[in-house]
Design a protein around this ligand. Structure first.
Ligand code: UDX
Length: 422
């Protein structure tokens, strides 16, 4: 059992803190947000993540986890995880100021021979900057990137595809590996820079893959082929695999856009541009615009005053996160076309960037609608019987950007149906 501090208890930090406590360690979660810390002390998770609140309460009852706003509470800890946000700056690079500020605050309390473990997604060479900042060779700076998917974060913590540990010395590598000893996963030991790149390269590869999938879907649709069948056959090739081959309204979330932009800008700054990253970003923006073009195909080029309903605002199902959501990007493009928009999402009830009404029910969202657009693949949408709601529409048109609905069922209910890729 180790004494661990987790600095920053957001999506990654809270999952990491609760996960490590469940593995048998003694954890203190630190955050500057006193309101968030108070909620956590009372066993309330500030984020919507499957099973997280359940495990949080279990670990609080076991007294294996506590929360504080005071960095001094880290001074008895041997391992300090940095889980601070690294948001995107206007030039596309990642902002590491939260990480650096945290390290400056920690410096007064870091025990000799402790491990400072960077879990935040940080630009290449950040570990080196932190090593230079703390000026204490007895403290090891370890790069331990996370690969948690929102909506699946705790499951991904307990069952990772791999654990990556980058450090300059074997002792630190082994000590950090020991924290995860009860997790059945391959551990990849490497250096700090390679560990930093593994994170960006993994997310960037997945984003490039999806940009290809989305362009292939548009191509297939326009030449009368069926992208679902094409992608299914492609996925049978073990080198391609069946995962991450579903067309959508574009990719988004708090990670892909930020990580692809950071990787692109840092590669360009090192005069080693990775051209495909630029192509993936441009392609992704076109995926959002294609949804608007489909709306025009169904309603005519002038969307002025047309009543359009969108189902789903989160960047994907099973999360309430609308940060960099393709659904929000599509809604913003539709609003620019002058249409009247209503939205429904099972968990999202407010979106900062949107001054639009989010309805509380499916029925209210489609009242007098000319077109329904499905943008997030919530199970709830695929269970709806179109015949039970069709009479509420002014015009029966639907675009299923996630291919989750039964096309024939909706066509039999009188809808003009456009999928994604066929
Ligand atoms: C991602 C990585 O998967 C995870 O390893 C990393 O730690 C953080 O970033 P996340 O951002 O939670 O996780 O979302 P993910 O499930 O990967 O989906 C990213 C985007 O791709 C979403 O907009 C999703 O809708 C889209 N997507 C995913 C598709 O359009 N099609 C797919 O087949 C899969």
């Amino acid at each position: 059992m180790a004494k661990i501090a987790v600095i920053g208890v957001g999506y990654v930090g809270l999952t990491t803190a609760v996960g490590l406590a469940n593995l048998g360690h003694e954890v203190v979660g630190i955050d500057v947000d006193a309101e968030k810390i108070n909620k956590l002390k009372n066993g309330t998770s500030p984020i919507f993540e499957k099973d997280l609140e359940k495990f949080l309460k279990i670990e609080i009852d076991k007294k294996s986890i506590k929360f504080s706003t005071n960095y001094e509470d880290t001074k008895t800890c041997d391992s300090i995880f940095l889980c601070l946000p690294t948001p995107q700056l206007s030039d596309g690079s990642a902002d590491i100021s939260y990480v650096i500020d945290a390290v400056k605050k920690l410096k007064d309390y870091l025990k000799p021979n402790s491990n400072l473990i960077i879990k935040s997604t940080v630009p290449v060479n950040t570990a080196k900057k932190i090593i230079d900042l703390i000026q204490d060779n007895s403290i090891s700076v370890v790069s331990n990137p996370e690969f948690l998917r929102e909506g699946n974060a705790l499951a991904d913590f307990f069952k990772p595809d791999r654990i990556v540990i980058g450090a300059q010395n074997q002792k630190a590598k082994e000590e950090v590996a020991k924290l995860y000893s009860s997790i059945d996963s391959e551990i990849i030991f490497t250096d700090n820079i390679s560990a930093e790149i593994i994170k960006y390269a993994s997310n960037s590869y997945l984003a490039i893959r999806l940009s290809f999938v989305n362009e292939l879907a548009a191509y297939a649709e326009n030449i009368g082929a069926d992208a679902t069948q094409i992608l299914n056959a492609m996925g049978k090739d073990k080198r391609i695999g069946q995962h991450f081959l579903k067309p959508g309204p574009g990719w988004g979330g708090m990670c892909f856009p930020k990580d692809v932009n950071e990787f692109k800008s840092s590669a360009e700054n090192m005069d080693q541009p990775i051209e495909l990253l630029n192509a993936a970003l441009l392609s992704n923006a076109k995926a959002h615009a294609r949804i608007v073009n489909k709306a025009k195909k169904l309603l005519g080029n002038n969307l002025d005053n047309k009543n359009i309903t969108v189902w789903g605002l989160a960047f994907k199902a099973n999360t309430d996160d609308t940060r960099f959501s393709p659904a929000v990007s599509v809604v913003q493009l539709l609003i620019k076309e002058g249409c009247n928009l209503k939205a429904f999402d099972p968990v999202v009830k407010k979106v900062e960037e949107l001054s639009m009404k989010i309805e509380n029910s499916i029925e209210a969202s489609i009242e007098n609608s000319d077109l329904l657009i499905v943008l997030t693949e919530w199970d709830e949408f695929s269970k709806i019987n179109p015949k039970s709601i069709s009479a509420k529409f002014r015009q029966k048109n639907i675009i299923d950007s996630r291919n989750i609905l039964d096309k024939k069922l909706w066509q039999d209910a009188g809808f003009n149906f456009l999928g994604n890729g066929s």
